[in-house]
Design a protein around this ligand. Sequence first.
Ligand SMILES: Nc1ncnc2c1ncn2[C@@H]1O[C@H](COP(=O)(O)OP(=O)(O)OP(=O)(O)O)[C@@H](O)[C@H]1O
Length: 274
Amino acid sequence: MSPDTTHPEAAPLLDIHEASVQRGERLILDRLSLRLAAGQHTAILGANGSGKSTLIRLIARQLYPLARKDGQPTIKIFGRDRWNVSELRSLIGIVSPVVQGDYTSEESPLEVFDAVVSSFFAARGLWVNHQITEPMRQRSLEALAQVEASHLIGREMASLSTGEARRVLIARALVHRPRALLLDEPCTGLDPASRRRFLESLRQLAKHSVTLLLVTHHVEEILPEIDHVVLLREGRLLRVGSKASVLTGGMLTDAFGMQVHVERRGEYYHASVD
Ligand SMILES: Nc1ncnc2c1ncn2[C@@H]1O[C@H](COP(=O)(O)OP(=O)(O)OP(=O)(O)O)[C@@H](O)[C@H]1O
């Protein structure tokens, strides 16, 4: 445990101070500083290669930043710089295409309810030593209902559509009642109607106690409930601020390196290129 004893309820969700990440010879995150308040729904937006996945891996403790010269911690989550990974997972649920690929693999079949309830054991699926209690069973059923995936119980993960499997994995993350959900490209592989339905169900989550961190390169996926946008370019922070201040043609043109036009359509924003 870190000497920092800030109470997690009061501390920012994320506090990154001058994080640099190097892979091989390349600096792929360059002294990035970012502070997100607890409860602040946020979209992290940037072009391919801008550093979004690297940032997620940093938050998920799958990558470590270069040590700072002053020896101070570079990244604090809910006020702490040291976390046991499974404890962290119960506070921030992470759903990404990589996680989805693992859970839908045909080589290792997994039934939907087992995929969700096994989250209590930080395992992929159930083993003989896992004793499911009634509260675990109830919570798993509730989480599946929350993402409208109860009807999928009994199906193999590998047989689900992309959108169905993603809902199940969100339910798996929700069983712990996490304070935040980090969703990496959550609409990948969804057709326009499925995407809209999926976004609407994310809105329900955003309205009910889970802070959303949505990582995307599509402006159209930024939910009305998200009003804070982090714009990345080439491993650096280009801009952070309200949706109205960041989602402008000028800003996105800078971020994507091509003329981008932005317009508001109802509660969503829409971007197009020439
Ligand atoms: N293991 C690695 N070795 C060298 N370079 C890497 C490595 N991983 C990522 N990079 C580089 O770091 C940069 C940022 O990559 P990252 O995957 O974080 O971007 P991204 O914004 O998530 O991109 P995308 O939208 O395409 O998923 C890219 O230029 C990428 O080529």
